[in-house]
Design a protein around this ligand. Structure first.
Ligand code: PLP
Length: 402
């Protein structure tokens, strides 16, 4: 089916999803951000500086690489990997951080605030802040700080202030609350640097726009190599930024099928997975609601309490999903499935052995779904899989499963 690419305006809606559900005090800064972005997107100097940083600092364009041994092994479609794992700091997150860092400077704000769970977004934020001469404050739950000590050290080495959050479950959710409190208090000097296509409008639109370069490059690259469009796109879905980044340039091509892969965790019951969209039919627990400023599918209990989630990969472990994905799912424009922890680990091992690439466990979820489906595909079909990040950060987890 066809899908008209939406550029949400004031309402920030994707169908019924998205919007701006925030306290009155945040309306003005969100409008300021929206306005600054509207101007920046058509400003040649802004775009030129962003292009330069993406190229020289981050390492774009990333290769679109044919995966010959995985293709042979699975015996189906021709598989191409979009190598976001080769970017500086090891994942696609730097694309968005550079864009928002430049926006912050343009708004005259010399400080950025971020929250981080596993620390990947915190490290990308600290990296960009250092490069652009901004100060960075990163909120992190103490539980996560304990689990991700190396990333805490990285952020501090890069000059960021890491603030330990002791409240609640001492994880990402609590860190977000503290970061919001900071933003409300310091909104004149500080920009809230959100890491995925989540939160109130205009964040889902801005983050998507800074990530859509993934699909724009991939489209040019595949047209050059194969002289035609791919049949399938595969990407993992945490908040949804690397997947929408790949999908966006193909949304108006009805023949290109898109598969988003969520965390199936340890099983189908609430609390054991983070399959917001894959679980919305059949399984209980996922239905539309408001979380952190946006209306989207949220994993919740029968009486509306936000559910706990589980995934072996921290980047997919979140109870809500970006509102544009909710709309793509409802319309059937993209398909969403879930892959269990063990399958993702197995897929990481398979990619390592066939292609010499150790993927991030997030990306390994997409690889696992591809391993399931590729053998049924025709040999003349083409797949592009987004390798959102590299696996260095996951060595400890991988070794526990060895
Ligand atoms: C953070 C992260 C993700 C999940 O975030 P999205 O916004 O869904 O892209 C996926 N892969 C890697 C490597 C990450 O670091």
């Amino acid at each position: 089916m066809s899908y008209a690419v939406e550029v949400p305006r004031e309402s920030g809606r994707y169908g019924p999803y998205g919007g701006r559900y925030v306290p009155e005090t945040l309306m003005a800064p969100l409008e300021e951000l929206e306005h600054a972005y509207e101007q920046a997107r058509t400003d040649h100097l802004f775009q030129a500086e962003l292009d330069m940083l993406l190229r020289d600092f981050a390492g774009r364009p990333t290769p679109l690489q044919f995966a010959p041994r995985l293709t042979d092994y699975l015996g189906g479609a021709r598989i191409y990997l979009k190598r976001e794992d080769l970017l500086h700091t090891g994942a696609h997150k730097i694309n968005n951080c550079l864009g928002q860092g430049l926006l912050a400077r343009r708004m005259g704000k010399n400080r950025v605030i971020a929250e981080t769970g596993a620390g990947q977004h915190g490290v990308a934020t600290a990296t960009v802040a250092a490069r652009l001469g901004l100060t960075a404050t990163v909120y992190m739950g103490t539980e996560d700080m304990e689990r991700q000590r190396l990333n805490v050290f990285r952020m501090r080495l890069l000059g960021a202030e890491v603030i330990a959050v002791e409240a609640g479950s001492r994880t990402l959710k609590d860190a977000i609350n503290e970061a919001m409190r900071d933003w409300v208090t310091n909104v004149r000097t500080s920009h809230y640097l959100l890491g995925s296509v989540l939160g109130a409008h205009p964040y889902p639109m801005i983050v998507r726009d800074f990530q859509k370069i993934i699909g724009e490059e991939a489209r040019k690259q595949i047209e050059q190599i194969e002289r035609r469009l791919p049949n399938y796109l595969f990407a993992c879905v945490g908040g949804g930024s690397n997947s929408i980044g790949l999908f966006h340039a193909f949304l108006e091509e009805p023949k290109v099928k898109m598969i988003g892969v969520e965390a199936g965790g340890r099983g189908g019951s609430l609390g054991e997975h983070a399959a917001r969209l894959a679980a919305r039919r059949g399984l209980t627990g996922s239905r539309p609601g408001v979380l952190q400023g946006t209306y989207t599918y949220v994993l919740q209990t029968a009486d509306g309490q936000i559910a706990t989630t589980h995934s072996v990969s921290a980047g997919l472990d979140y109870p809500a999903v970006g509102p544009e994905h909710a709309w793509l799912a409802d319309q059937g424009r993209a398909e969403y499935t879930a892959v269990a922890d063990g399958e993702a680990i197995e897929a990481a091992r398979m990619l390592a052995r066939t292609e010499g690439i150790i993927p991030a466990l997030e990306s390994a979820h997409a690889v696992a779904e591809l391993i399931r489906r590729a053998p049924q595909m025709r040999k003349d079909e083409i797949v592009i899989l987004n390798l959102s990040g590299r696996g260095d950060k996951d060595m400890e987890t991988l070794s526990r499963y060895a």
